[in-house]
Design a protein around this ligand. Structure first.
Ligand code: ADP
Ligand code: MG
Length: 266
């Protein structure tokens, strides 16, 4: 007779920690002569490899602050950030920057494309820290092609459309094969059609590569492409009311001059 253990008695395989875990994360900014701003106020969250989580919240709700803490660019007031089970407060500055370089892709709110520099050379900027230029170009080309930029490889950044600029930023963020991707308002300067395109590509590429994705946005469209949607309001996280489905009918405005994606003098 078999001596097989029942399910409950069998020793459980050690569960892999989530790629990203936030425990009661807090950031309070001091205010001159007033109450401190409670930008992030006790956020707990897990994101697994291959999972796309959208964090929806209005402007000022603490989205960027949260991502900066995860990227170890801003110190929390309290709570902890764990990456692959490791508390990042235990990392040395050197380990933190190595993680940022190779394991993290961060699409910042205002993209930083170099003017006068081609699509491909803008895309390799992160890879160049570890790989020679020609090799970096070779590695990033298929990614740019996947992102629909194959015919734009040698076009200067300022001649690209907003959607194309955002796709260059995606290529740069994914160029090092990160395990975690943070995206801050990735559709902030795109119209509805381009938003869909960018989000679809982002989701597809990250699922293929098993990347854990945390995407923050005030664009309801972002939620359509996520496995899970949470709402951030005044720094506090809650499950989101499923009010999505229908994308906004009017194209989103691209009027914010800080969102051109080109930095520095033209
Ligand atoms: P979001 O990205 O959702 O627009 P932010 O994280 O940028 O939100 O900001 C959250 C809150 O924290 C806002 O009230 C904002 O004014 C405040 N805040 C952001 N950065 C700072 C800072 N460096 N010093 C003081 N207050 C800040
Ligand atoms: Mg922001």
């Amino acid at each position: 007779m078999s001596m097989a253990l029942s399910q409950s008695e069998a020793p459980r395989p050690q569960a892999r920690p989530p790629m990203l875990e936030l425990r009661e994360l807090v950031k309070h900014y001091p205010a001159v002569g007033g109450e401190p701003v409670r930008a992030v106020d006790g956020v707990s969250l897990e994101v697994a490899a291959g999972e796309v989580v959208a964090l929806y919240g209005p402007s000022g709700s603490g989205k960027t602050t949260l991502l900066l803490m995860i990227a170890m660019l801003l110190a929390p007031s309290a709570g902890s950030v764990l990456l692959g089970g490791q508390d990042v407060s235990q990392l040395s500055e050197r380990e933190a920057s190595a993680f940022r370089l190779s394991e993290l892709g961060f699409i910042r709110q205002s993209f930083d494309l170099l003017p006068g520099v081609s699509t491909i050379d803008n895309a390799v900027l992160k890879l160049l820290k570890s790989v020679r230029w020609r090799e970096a170009q070779r590695q990033v080309t298929p990614l740019l092609e996947r992102l629909g930029l194959g015919a734009r490889l040698h076009h200067r950044a300022e001649t690209l459309s907003m959607g194309e600029r955002q796709r260059v930023m995606i290529a740069r963020a994914l160029s090092t094969n990160p395990r975690l991707l943070l995206a801050d308002e990735p559709t902030g300067s795109l119209d509805t059609h381009r938003s869909r395109e960018v989000l679809e590509l982002l989701r597809e590429l990250c699922l293929e590569r098993g990347v854990a994705v945390l995407l923050v946005s005030h664009d309801p469209m972002a939620a359509v492409y996520a496995d899970r949607v949470l709402e951030l309001r005044d720094g506090v996280l809650s499950d989101c009311e499923p009010t999505w489905g229908a994308p906004p009918s009017a194209p989103l405005s691209a009027s914010d001059p800080t969102q051109t994606g080109i930095v520095g003098p033209p």
